[in-house]
Design a protein. Structure first.
Length: 176
């Protein structure tokens, strides 16, 4: 695995190093020691998946309020998405900054998201499936979000959402 820093403090891109032969490939997608060496969460309490029928589906921007913050490792296992994180940590040097990356089934690249960041994505293909490894159990009462198009973040989305939940559409603007 190759772990690369993003412009946002504490967030990383995780690339696989596949070994290929006539059978196909094999690649490590999580390694406790490699993650720990970079100061990343090494506990996985929950694994989730989202399936998205149509290209142009937006999910986000979600986070869990303290003390239920989640670290996530997000990978697109089918199709392609544009994945985005926004730093909401009050004491962070990258507060309100965003980072986006295309994740797809071919690259097998993942995005590591630390606690205190909002996360969302826009599907680039039909039938996009996203796998989440999450450090803590989901707590419904701690679920929060910010608007996907809040001008405070200046997110550069690759297109306009065609499908979105009412909840995601009506999140408030960010209030620091």
């Amino acid at each position: 695995m190759i772990v690369r820093e993003t412009p946002l403090s504490g967030a990383f891109v995780v690339d696989v190093e596949p070994a290929q032969d006539a059978r196909g490939l094999f690649a490590r997608t999580f390694d406790r020691e490699t993650f720990a060496a970079h100061g990343l969460a090494v506990t996985i309490d929950q694994v989730s998946v989202s399936y998205n029928e149509r290209a142009g589906t937006l999910r986000g921007m979600h986070y869990q309020a303290d003390p239920h913050g989640e670290e996530k490792l997000v990978r697109c296992v089918r199709g392609a998405i544009h994945d985005v994180i926004v730093d909401l940590r009050p004491d962070s040097p990258t507060l309100k900054q965003s980072f986006g990356i295309d994740l797809d089934e071919d690259s097998r690249t993942a995005l590591y998201i630390p606690k205190g960041m909002a996360h969302g994505f826009l599907t680039l293909t039909d039938a996009a499936e996203v796998l989440y490894l999450i450090s803590t159990p989901y707590v419904p009462d701690a679920a929060r979000g910010v608007r996907w198009d809040d001008p405070a973040f200046g997110i550069d989305w690759p297109g306009s959402p065609q499908v979105m939940s009412d909840r995601d559409r009506t999140y408030p603007d960010f209030q620091p």
